[in-house]
Design a protein around this ligand. Structure first.
Ligand code: NAD
Length: 969
């Protein structure tokens, strides 16, 4: 920046900050109590989290004793003295209603500082008040997450009502004066995700069409009412999608001449300059300008969390000062895009404001050419100071019911109570801070476990989508190909062939696969026995290096492999992609584990004796895999065997042999000798059984149904002629998993989590939720939202990225599941049955039953399809009993905001993998080691620290180091 400009900025900043300081108390008149709590919260991070969590759960607490109970759970014991006293009072039943009333009132008053009213009509006085003081508004309708078409339509209706209500009052809500001339009297900020239940960035065409259909009436009415519509920006993964929807809509002939629209650019994003140039290009192309509101961004914490959990690069600047500098660079670009883009600046930061004003003036922009926007209930002093400079100021006014608006309130409170928010640090501060960006606390982005997961595909990126489309085309091109057996060096094709067909288009043959004979079993086992010793004797580090190389090859071919699974096993885009990521993780994780196990462990510490605990490979492993995680599971089981030094014979499931063939190709190309990894597809009852019973086999790694697992365990127990080892069986089996929704659960999250767990990949996951237990007072609302959400699920072919529920694997599976549905209709109450596409494809409608007898087949048996049974529990204890009433114990979930119930679930909900406040599918290697108990499996966790030990046998070597009474140290 030029020296002259810099000093103007400094001067302006001081002026704004100084002016603002005087206003601070006046504008934000929190009660003494609120101020006290916020002060304490800003000083004490632990109390802050507990206070905010309590505020977050409060709206769902339906009785005084629930309020009192949660108050003491969150705030009892520690925290400031008055809070401790209140918590002690909560213990006395007679005082509970009083406490509950006081707490609710306090939080409501606090909420009203940030939320202008429950409805547009209720918000009118606040908006009129702003107008009277020369301040504009932009209304944001806050509410629940949109989980269904019914909820999307309700949102659309709310936007229309808002426009209608405000239009009837447009005189009184429009600020007057020169700077407001020609400015629309009504201003609304909309969120695209509010009008589309499946806001899926991988399917921009689909989402854009759904959103456009719901927003066209809003835009039409806005034009009639003289209203400005701003498209708000949400999380980074939706950014391109929102830009795309905005572009599609404003280029439509009907709206191509509308100038009263705008969109947001978030300066905390590293991509922000690209966003601005893309939007400028859009405006130039359209020939009619629109507004860009430049903000810093409100999802900073969430962006870091999402990036960390998906192993993505962090899209936001992590250093706050960088965001401030980015805001300044974006200011230059935005002002430079005049007259195509109309600038609006959304910040409370005196320095950021000062530089925008100084640069706008230097660029010759008049006072009316730009405007400044602030948040309702915050920064009134700064706003007044900017207005005093002659600029239009506009306040972002949230409107909506307090209960659903609570998420918004918690975010605002977080900003207000974070250590660096200028609310507390004062405004004349030398290093200005952004109120919109909470403090960067010293938290690592990824907790270092020494292992890094493969990243999930960023399908929101058009280049990535393009790569997936190319891969789909490539795999389509290979349809009908033949896949031989791989026995040692031999490729064996002259065997009966089995066809693999695409579940969405059963007439399409994906490939033909040779079926192994019993003689092939003998040949493969002989070859494996021959290859085993030299593989066992190679250093673990060498084997690990080969597996890492294979992981790289999988990574390079990830979209192609995902496409194979999409056609072979009917896996939609994201599901297929995470299957590949999981496979890559297994290769790297077990390689690393093999190196760890290879270190001899000294035992005991006595003089004159050396004890070493070492592991060695067991021998030849047969890998019997299921079709539903067709790459991940077979990779996991076989690479654990290989990493530990065993030879492996892969027996894929009937429906998914092609992806297994590709895996063996990759492993061999990476350096695993052909005798050490072999491919033997065939019938389970034929080849599978022969391998299991073969005397030359030492380990059976099986994942599949409980019935088959139990028969394998029995078959392996028998010792046959020529057998030298007792066989080790590793069996991961079925599930009948339950999720509990507690009466204080956040239903936005609980319903979304239950639906994803029950219906993702049509429920064909061992971890899927097939029983939902809802506690007491949450029941009616939970069921209503569940019914609508299930009715809105997109059922379709997996090649369509919008699909959530694909067809099931084959006709036999469909018929079996349909029989369960028929039984359910006879024995229970049908809550909802989704619709399925017409034509071929093994589709099953997503179906939910209530009033399910606890001993009926749909309550007890693994259905392995999109069928969910719902139970009602009176309280949490009963919910736990219902959830535990199963012979399976694989996964389980609890949605609750009661710390006590969460602790209870941790202690007593005895499943292999318990998930709290999240979906119960999607375990990740090294983070959620996976495997079930009871009839769900033998319990050792895949992707966990004990897994590899099952493929090895330990030996102990003891050496007497004493010679003639003397031993070295
Ligand atoms: P499945 O039991 O029918 O088949 C699994 C494998 O066993 C296949 O390769 C099959 O050919 C083979 N097989 C069948 N009969 C055999 C026999 N007598 N001897 C040897 N092998 C035989 O299971 P599936 O339909 O492929 O997969 C779905 C099942 O897998 C579900 O029950 C699901 O819960 C379970 N599963 C469990 C996990 C887990 O980690 N616990 C993971 C995925 C799937």
């Amino acid at each position: 920046m030029e020296v002259g400009l810099e000093s103007t900025v400094d001067e302006l900043e001081r002026k704004l900050a100084g002016h603002a300081n005087g206003f601070q108390r006046l504008a934000l008149t929190p009660s003494r109590w609120q101020q006290y709590l916020l002060d304490r919260a800003s000083q004490d991070a632990d109390f802050r989290v507990r206070l905010l969590r309590f505020v977050d759960v409060l709206p769902t607490l339906r009785t005084p004793s629930a309020v009192a109970d949660h108050f003491s759970q969150y705030l009892g014991g520690s925290g400031p003295a008055p809070v401790r006293t209140a918590s002690a009072l909560a213990g006395q039943r007679v005082l509970r209603p009083l406490l509950s009333q006081a707490v609710r009132k306090g939080v409501l008053t606090m909420a009203h500082r940030f939320i202008a009213g429950a409805s547009p009509a209720e918000a009118l006085p606040a908006v009129r008040h702003l107008a009277k003081h020369g301040v504009g508004h932009t209304v944001d309708l806050v509410g629940e997450a949109t989980l269904s078409d019914a909820e999307a339509e309700a949102y659309q209706a709310r936007y229309l009502t808002l426009l209608q209500t405000f239009a009837a009052d447009s005189e009184s809500i429009a600020p007057r004066g020169e700077r407001w001339r020609g400015v629309p009297p009504i201003n609304i900020s909309i969120k695209c995700s509010a009008v589309c239940p499946h806001f899926e960035p991988a399917a921009p065409e689909h989402v854009s069409a759904v959103v456009a259909a719901r927003l066209r009436p809003v835009l039409r009415q806005a034009r009639q009412a003289g209203a400005f519509i701003n498209f708000d920006m949400e999380q980074y993964r939706y950014k391109d999608l929102v830009q795309r929807i905005f572009g599609d809509l404003i280029l439509e002939p009907e709206f191509a001449d509308v100038a009263d629209v705008g969109i947001v650019v978030q300066a905390y994003l590293k991509d922000a300059p690209d966003d601005l140039s893309r939007l400028e290009a859009l405006a130039r192309r359209r020939g009619v300008p629109f507004t860009v509101r430049l903000v810093k961004g409100a999802y900073w914490d969430e962006e870091r969390i999402v990036a960390s959990q998906n192993s993505w690069p962090v899209p936001v600047f992590e250093d706050k000062a960088e965001t401030d500098r980015s805001f300044e660079r974006c200011t230059d670009a935005l002002l430079g895009a005049w007259p195509h883009l109309r600038p609006a600046f959304g910040t409370h930061n005196p320095r950021s404001l000062a530089q925008a004003i100084a640069k706008a003036r230097a660029a010759g922009r008049g006072d009316a050419d730009i405007e400044f926007q602030m948040l309702y209930g915050m920064a009134e002093g700064v706003r007044a100071a900017v207005a005093a400079e002659g600029y239009r100021t506009r306040v972002y006014v949230p409107v909506g019911e307090i209960i659903p608006g609570m998420a918004y309130l918690v975010r605002r409170l977080l900003e207000n109570s974070s250590n660096q928010a200028w609310f507390h640090t004062g405004l004349g501060h030398a290093a200005p801070t952004a109120a919109l960006q909470p403090k960067v606390e010293e938290r690592p982005t990824q907790v270092d476990s020494g292992f890094k997961n493969a990243s999930a595909a960023r399908f929101f990126d058009p280049d990535v989508r393009e790569q997936m489309l190319t891969a789909l085309a490539k795999v389509r091109g290979s349809f009908g190909g033949s896949y031989p057996l791989l026995i040692g060096e031999r490729r064996v094709s002259d065997r009966p062939q089995a066809e693999v067909r695409y579940p969405a288009q059963p007439e399409t043959v994906v490939g033909q696969v040779a079926q192994a004979s019993l003689a092939d079993v003998d040949a493969a086992v002989a070859s494996a026995r021959q290859g085993f010793p030299s593989w066992r004797d190679r250093p673990a580090a060498e084997r690990a290096a080969i597996l890492r190389r294979a992981a790289e090859r999988l990574e390079e071919r990830r979209y192609e492999l995902a496409a194979v699974m999409l056609f072979e096993s009917g896996k939609p885009w994201r599901e297929a992609d995470s299957d590949v990521s999981e496979a890559i993780d297994y290769l790297r994780y077990y390689g690393q584990e093999a190196e760890r196990y290879a270190q001899p462990k000294p035992m005991g510490a006595v003089l004159g004796e050396h004890n070493e605990y070492v592991y060695q490979a067991r021998g030849v492993a047969v890998i019997v895999a299921p079709w539903n995680f067709p790459l991940a599971i077979i990779s996991g089981m076989s690479t654990a065997a290989l990493a530990a030094g065993n030879a492996a014979i892969l027996k894929p499931a009937g429906p998914s042999p092609i992806i297994a063939y590709r895996l063996v190709e990759v492993l061999r190309a990476a350096g695993v000798p052909p005798e050490v990894v072999q491919y033997l597809p065939g019938m389970g009852e034929g080849v599978g059984r022969a391998l299991v019973e073969h005397p030359g086999i030492d380990i059976i790694a099986f994942t599949g149904s409980t019935a088959v697992g139990q028969s394998i365990i029995a078959a392996a127990a028998e010792v046959r002629p020529g057998q030298r080892n007792v066989k080790r069986v590793i069996a991961e089996m079925g599930g009948k998993n339950a999720i509990i929704i507690d009466d204080d659960a956040d239903l936005d999250e609980a319903i979304a989590g239950a639906v994803a767990s029950a219906f993702g990949y049509a429920g064909q996951k061992c971890s899927a939720c097939s029983r939902l237990v809802v506690v007491g007072s949450a029941y009616e609302e939970a069921l209503e939202r569940l019914r609508n959400a299930v009715a809105s699920l997109v059922v379709g072919p997996p090649h369509d990225p919008a699909t959530v529920v694909p067809p099931v694997i084959n006709a036999a599976a469909r018929d079996k599941i349909m029989r369960y549905i028929e039984t359910g209709k006879r024995t229970s109450r049908l809550l909802v049955e989704g619709t399925i596409p017409s034509g071929a494809g093994h589709y099953v409608p997503p179906t939910v039953f209530t009033d399910v007898p606890v001993d009926s087949p749909i309550a007890c048996e693994e259905i392995f399809g999109p069928v969910l049974a719902v139970f009602r529990a009176h309280d949490f204890d009963e919910a736990m009993e219902i959830a535990a009433a199963s012979s399976f114990a694989l996964t389980g979930g609890v949605f609750s905001r009661s710390p006590r119930h969460i602790e209870l679930a941790k202690a007593k909900f005895r499943v292999g993998n318990l998930y709290i406040n999240r979906k119960i599918t999607g375990a990740i290697v090294g983070r959620q080691p996976f495997g079930g108990l009871a009839m769900s499996g033998t319990g050792d966790k895949a992707g966990g620290p004990d897994y590899l030990a099952q493929f090895m046998e330990p030996r102990v070597v003891t050496e007497n180091a004493t010679r003639r009474g003397f031993a070295p140290d």
